[in-house]
Design a protein around this ligand. Sequence first.
Ligand code: GAR
Length: 200
Amino acid sequence: MSEKPRLRIGVLGSGKGSTFAAIADARATGRLPVEISLVLSDVADAGILEQARRRGIPAQHIAPGDYRTKLDENAEAAFIETLRVARVDLIVLAGFMRILKGDFLRAFTNRVINIHPSLLPSFTGLAAWKQALEYGVKITGCTVHLVDQGIDTGRILGQSAVPVLPEDSPDSLRHRIQETEQTLYPEILRQIALGEIKLG
Ligand code: GAR
């Protein structure tokens, strides 16, 4: 009997790639039944590309164009085409710091997920751990959600709580949230791959 083909994921990131590394390690140890088809970054020297190459996963930089917070038209088309050629079923944002809207989301309706370092709907946007600390909440955390046209507004797929400690600095809190993300994201991906979470 032929096996069901595995979910093919494409990972997009702009930073160090610690979240991606946790996903790749979960896959390598058999805990996560997906194929990581490729990793794309808008940042030429992003650690995430190096993390992928070290593991033998195709990794590519695509120049984002002149905007600071989004992709220009050519870059957006290049991202879409590259992900299509790789026959990716699901796009996993792991620290991708540009807003994806319009054509990109229409090309992959209900097929783009993100991890955000707060308990949404609180603290959307940048440096969410710092916003939580400044607000004075006693519990924050991280959220995996579907990406829609808004900023950090799509359907919530999973969350983990992280206590804010009296002695926390922005860095210590960010670090603990990131450790939690590294457990939550592979787990939610596993549930999607097994059909336990439906994306619609
Ligand atoms: C992660 O903490 C992720 O939650 C955050 O960027 C970090 C990436 O770190 N993403 C966002 O803030 C998206 N709005 P990494 O490159 O080491 O995985």
